[in-house]
Write a protein that binds this ligand. Structure first.
Ligand code: IPD
Ligand code: CA
Ligand code: CA
Ligand code: CA
Length: 260
């Protein structure tokens, strides 16, 4: 790893450590909850505080870089030139509000459109999943091995609720029938981690935002896994995507079933 990236890695880990302690300490206090676009699109004062805190720290340590954050404290990023950070302060906000588990803090760093460092921190299990370009994926600094290249019929499928709700994704039911079983965690980041660990064969999800998928791309690349849109095109970090994160075999089967 270059010295630049190594220092940035140390800095990010320190930030995640400090900020996550505050989230866990304060998570049982009364949350202020607001609706965004609809009744199930919620944001809390904690999502906002975490993003603000991260954006301030990135701006003061790396003033040239640009930041795309879910809650709007970052910049209006319209291209991927230079260093761009993606921030999802709490991925799985509904779980955070209602379940007290299955939510994560996520950060990803891109250099001229190339993913170089990704972090998905499972806030209740204290597990930091990290992908570094050329150096693989680790969990609490223990390297993960490449998952077995299982087919859909040998593994489970994870998906998200917007697929279940909308009729237009009926092909997904065919895909689900081929798998051993279906899972819905409600955190794109933690579902990405399941694919990386080999506990599920594929994660397919619609309408994911740039910060939901930005860390996952490097996780897939470093582990010999696939990350594409439903139509097999590369993911586009400047818009919403319908995504497939999967083993190569499961990806192949999904592409065939999607395009029948
Ligand atoms: C959401 C979660 C969820 C996915 C949604 C995302 P948020 O992120 O990742 O699993 O289905 O599309 O928006 O809003 O909790 O950060
Ligand atoms: Ca949200
Ligand atoms: Ca998210
Ligand atoms: Ca979020």
């Amino acid at each position: 790893m270059s010295e630049n990236r190594m220092n940035r890695d140390k800095t990010v880990i320190k930030w995640i450590d400090e900020i996550s302690r505050v989230i866990i300490q304060k998570k049982d206090n009364q949350l202020e909850i607001e609706q965004k676009t609809s009744a199930n699109d919620l944001v809390t004062n904690m999502d906002k505080w975490v993003e603000k805190e991260l954006v301030e720290r990135i701006r003061s340590a790396y003033p040239e870089d640009r930041i795309l954050g879910e809650e709007g404290f970052g910049d209006a990023v319209e291209n991927m030139s230079g260093t761009v950070w993606f921030v999802d302060p709490i991925d799985g906000t509904l779980n955070f509000i209602l379940q007290n588990e299955n939510f994560a803090l996520m950060l990803a760093v891109y250099e001229d459109g190339v993913p170089v460092q990704s972090y998905i921190y499972d806030l209740t299990l204290n597990k930091l999943y990290k992908a570094i370009k050329g150096e693989g994926v680790s969990c609490n600094e223990q390297l993960l091995s490449e998952p077995a290249n299982v087919s859909l019929s040998e593994g489970m499928l994870a998906t998200n609720s917007s697929i279940m709700i909308e009729d237009k994704y009926d092909k997904v039911r065919k895909i689900a029938r081929k798998s051993l079983g279906l899972r819905l965690v409600g955190s794109a980041g933690l579902e990405t981690v399941e694919v990386a660990k080999g506990s599920i064969a594929a994660y397919i999800a619609t309408n994911l935002k740039p910060w939901d998928i930005a860390p996952g791309i490097l996780f897939m690349e470093e582990l010999g896994l696939k990350a594409t849109q439903f139509n097999n095109e590369p993911l586009d970090l400047l818009k919403n995507n319908n995504i497939v994160f999967a083993t190569p075999k499961a990806h192949d089967e999904i592409m065939k079933l999607m395009n029948i």
